[in-house]
Design a protein around this ligand. Structure first.
Ligand SMILES: [Zn+2]
Ligand SMILES: [Zn+2]
Length: 212
């Protein structure tokens, strides 16, 4: 069964999600935002083994904790990211614009693609390619648990910014409409910033995607 522990960390108050299969205790960190030692300590407390780091996108505030997590693990976790965000990853996640010079941690060696299935024990995550906030942004949905980790694509009552390098409003809008609003209304959306919401709630109330 999927278990989720959420953290809000770092200078941009980014949400990081430690997820695990409660039976096998195999764990992944979706967006190890900042202060990796805190995420690591929680995993150790629960007896979970972090085997994967999954990035919705390569912005510095979503990967800033990766190095501290990886440094403490043997074997190293496998890092997955969409290839369109590799350039951003190499550029330190664009942190320089904001005055941050981060250690990005281990190199991504697994390429996300639309429709890819990731497995954590018996839990299946589906990768959906959702450019617009960055060139390689992806979201990770768990249909079996009615939950979707949506990074900086959509927030409760708002959407990801498109004014940074690689941002594109038309793409963002299309990604939300085709990849998020097509999920069942009761699907919980766990975003990169701010509180959780649901697909139904955003259809009704998000002014950026047709709600009022
Ligand atoms: Zn971002
Ligand atoms: Zn962010």
């Amino acid at each position: 069964m999927l278990e989720i522990v959420s953290f809000t960390l770092g200078p941009a108050q980014t949400n990081a999600y430690l997820v695990a299969d409660s039976e096998t205790k195999e764990a992944a960190v979706i967006d190890p935002a900042w202060d990796g030692h805190l995420i690591l300590a929680e995993a150790q407390k629960r007896g979970w083994r972090i085997a994967h780091l999954w990035y919705t996108h390569a912005h510095f505030d979503h990967i800033g904790g990766a190095a501290a997590i990886a440094d403490a693990l043997n074997p190293l976790p496998l890092v997955a990211l969409h290839p369109n965000d590799h350039v951003l990853w190499r550029a330190g996640g664009g942190g320089a614009i904001f005055g941050f010079d981060i250690d990005p941690g281990p190199e991504p060696t697994i390429d996300f693609y639309q429709g890819q299935i990731l497995r954590l024990g018996s839990v299946e995550f589906e990768v959906r390619f959702t450019p617009g906030h960055t060139l390689g942004h992806c979201i990770l949905c768990v249909p079996g648990a009615n939950v979707c980790f949506c990074g900086d694509l959509i927030f409760a009552g708002s959407v990801g910014r498109t004014d940074l390098p690689g941002g594109n409003w038309e793409q963002l809008e299309k990604s939300i409409k085709t990849q998020v609003l097509t999920l069942p209304d009761e699907t919980r959306l766990l975003s990169g910033h701010g509180p959780a919401t649901t697909v139904g709630e955003e259809k009704k109330n998000n002014p950026f995607v047709g709600g009022s």
